[in-house]
Design a protein around this ligand. Sequence first.
Ligand code: ADP
Ligand code: MG
Length: 553
Amino acid sequence: MAGQLAGQPILILREGSQRTRGREAQSNNIMAAKAVAAAVRTTLGPRGMDKMLVDSLGDIVITNDGATILKEMDIEHPAAKMIVEVSKTQDDEVGDGTTTAAVLAGELLKNAEELLDQNVHPTVIANGYRLASIKAKEILATLAMDVRPDNRDLLVKIASTAITGKGAESSKEAFASLAVSAVLAVVNTENGKNTVDVDDIKVEKKVGGSVEGSQLIEGMVIDKERVHTNMPKRVKDAKILLLNEALEIKKTEVDAEISIKSPDQLQLFLDQEEQMLHDMVNKIVASGANIVFVQKGIDDIAQHYLAKAGIYAARRVKKSDMEKLARATGAKILTSLKEINESDLGKAGLVEEKKIGEEAMTYVTECHNPKAVSIILRGGTEHVVDEAERALHDALRVVGVTIEDGKLVAGGGSPEIELALRLREYSATLTGREQLAVGKFAEALEIIPRSLAENAGLDTINMLVDMRSQHERGNKTAGLNVFKGQVVDMLEEGVVEPLRVKMQAIDSATEAATMILRIDDVLSSKSAPGGMPPGGPGGMGGMGGMGGMEGME
Ligand SMILES: Nc1ncnc2c1ncn2[C@@H]1O[C@H](COP(=O)(O)OP(=O)(O)O)[C@@H](O)[C@H]1O
Ligand SMILES: [Mg+2]
């Protein structure tokens, strides 16, 4: 890269660096971002298709979830990565609407390009988009309806909308109801404000059975069995010790030498080891604990003594499970047996080993903290259980968000059509070129109902025209029944979503689109990972089994 000053070329970038500027840089970025959006667009809605993703090790993920698809795709192009970020932000903030956000961002950029072609300056477009998004959120707020935590039916509808088309289809109602019960169990109310942390809900996956066999347990379910068959299977009034230390003697270092000269000495050495283990167990017995969860290992001899003392013990318990057990039972996680205190023990009414299918698990119920709940997720194969888990995640998050905000909107493309209509009216009140940008923003929103129709194999133009005319007549919740191919009232259909999902989708899509638009210079050093690939625009590495880049317009 060389500039020209008094005939003397000035090198400002290291040799081998790449640089694209101006309109070319914009086109590159927009094309890459659009390609990513197009890749997930066919999954949108209840009748969207699934993607099969194959990673470099041959592991397969089959999913309909936008955030998961984009996360698994090995994307290199920097602008394309920004679209991936959009869906990640959406997932972090609200847990649903990840495809919507990415698709909307792609469409905003596509429409911006049309304006760029008409020589509208990117800054003007970005400003117009910003104005439009503020207005859109204002209008959206007026479309929202109140929902109270005790309106269980409505919450079930929200959960069920979130999981429509996500593999849990056959048992949608039961699954949605399970999600609602779980979330209601963990709601925190402080000063009249509800908060939900879905991490309080422990999801334990178990392959086998069917999704309908999934169940809610009031308490913790730990995927571990007791270590010794002589231990009790069922312990009432459990006093629980959580230990992050191995109940083992640290093995002597390989190069340390112990010189044992006679059989007596060896026996002495072994006796001593056994004594140390016995002492450890005695400390536990003295504390009054009758249940021990150990994050590390338990020596055979220690197991024997624990069983003799009538203590139920499980080993190699996951760190995250230890933390959840601590919260559920009020126990402290001890790092050493030295400082053991009765007050460090947790409490639960019942701890027992139960079988799920073939495998034994530990159930900790009637916990000290009644808000501890677990869901045991069943499904025929690993792929089914994994996709069910993603569906459950969406359901839990949307119900949680709705309980926190108390606001919902109709789905099925109805809010987007209404917003498009009203934004067009709003654009008429503006002057200058921002008006054009607001108009394009309105148009971009219609990509959502359009994709819902397209993915259902419906006549897109007819459906859109029908929806628009219903909204013009004041039916604000008219949307698409994708199964019947009719425009109907989405509230009556029970297709409802949290307000926050739509708000966030508009926010993050606008933000990413305007950020990409403002870039007019891409400098990438040769070796930087994630730099502009030599292939030029849309360079995406290893798309796995995605079948390349379909739907590039
Ligand atoms: N039964 C239904 N009928 C019509 N539209 C629906 C239905 N259920 C969900 N939708 C719509 O599908 C869209 C969400 O699709 P989804 O594939 O879950 O993508 P996202 O990742 O954006 O949540 C929303 O616009 C929602 O309103
Ligand atoms: Mg969804």
